[in-house]
Write a protein that binds this ligand. Structure first.
Ligand SMILES: C[S@@+](CC[C@H](N)C(=O)[O-])C[C@H]1O[C@@H](n2cnc3c(N)ncnc32)[C@H](O)[C@@H]1O
Length: 262
């Protein structure tokens, strides 16, 4: 399991936060719902969700103890009375008809088999409960992957990547619709959405790679990680230089899923 640096993620995840905020209107919150945020990370998005639920409540779950510890420390019950965090695995949800809404942003591509996740979500929802998930989908970050693959097969870095397997579940609508139906969701929308991620220059690009491309960076010994991240960023910038305003653009593809229980 990757070791997240919650503080570093907190400072380098503006892109994920921006996309989460874009999802908010699609949640159509009335203000009284009980919501589950799967893969809540550092908790800042979860706290924004809680602010939209003055008469409801939010539980953020994550399987990283580091992330949950950070979220609990930064968003304590004394200041956020309708918000709680707990360690839990998305593939082993243990809730029974507790939630009106299940939300997840930028998490579920970390899980390769989504069938147990969807079965757990279906069990967690009350009748007529809704789910809104966004994650990396088929074709996500292809320009980064095209550059990292020769790096991890090459002479300098390859020794640390023996037996390495592609870590992400970047799925598409065809297989996903079937999994939703099998979990009991009959009304659903599943779309691949191309998204332009912007990073404010080389340091921000390095920050994003350093804080989220953990299955790759953590293969490399700590003393060499910075060099690995910078080489990947520099290879990327050589092929995709910053625009006139200094912003670096990365082509991403999100899989967005909306579904409702009977
Ligand atoms: C990129 S962060 C996204 C955090 C937050 N949702 C956001 O939008 O900023 C991905 C999070 O998913 C969590 N995660 C990955 N696999 C998970 C799993 N199987 N169960 C629960 N959380 C998981 C990671 O620990 C990490 O905190």
């Amino acid at each position: 399991m990757p070791q997240w640096d919650a503080q570093d993620y907190h400072g380098s995840s503006g892109a994920q936060q921006k996309w989460a905020r874009e999802l908010l209107p699609k949640l159509r919150l009335a203000g009284h719902e009980r919501l589950l945020d799967i893969g809540c990370g550092d908790g800042k998005v979860t706290a924004e969700l809680a602010a939209h639920l003055p008469d409801g409540s939010v539980l953020g779950i994550d399987n990283s103890a580091e992330m949950i510890g950070f979220a609990q420390a930064h968003f304590p019950p004394a200041r956020f009375p309708n918000l709680r965090f707990q360690i839990a695995d998305a593939a082993r949800l243990d809730f029974d008809a507790e939630f009106d809404v299940v939300f997840s942003n930028a998490c579920l591509h970390w899980v390769r088999d989504h069938r147990p996740v969807l079965a757990g979500i279906a069990r967690s929802l009350r009748p007529a409960g809704r789910v809104l998930l966004q994650m990396g989908g088929r074709g996500n970050a292809a320009d980064i992957l095209t550059l990292v693959e020769p790096m991890i097969a090459g002479a300098e870095w390859g020794g640390w990547f023996r037996g390495f397997q592609f870590p992400y579940g970047f799925h598409g609508p065809d297989e996903y619709r079937g999994w939703l139906e099998a979990a009991g969701f009959r009304r659903h929308r599943v779309e691949l959405i191309p998204k332009d991620m912007t990073q404010a220059g080389r340091d921000a690009l390095c920050g994003w790679i350093r804080t989220t491309w953990l299955p790759y960076t953590q293969r490399v010994p700590e003393a060499r990680r910075r060099a690995f991240v910078e080489e990947l960023a520099d290879r990327y910038l050589a092929e995709h230089p910053p625009a006139g305003d200094g912003l670096v653009h990365v082509g991403m593809v999100r899989l967005e899923v909306e579904a409702e229980r009977d």
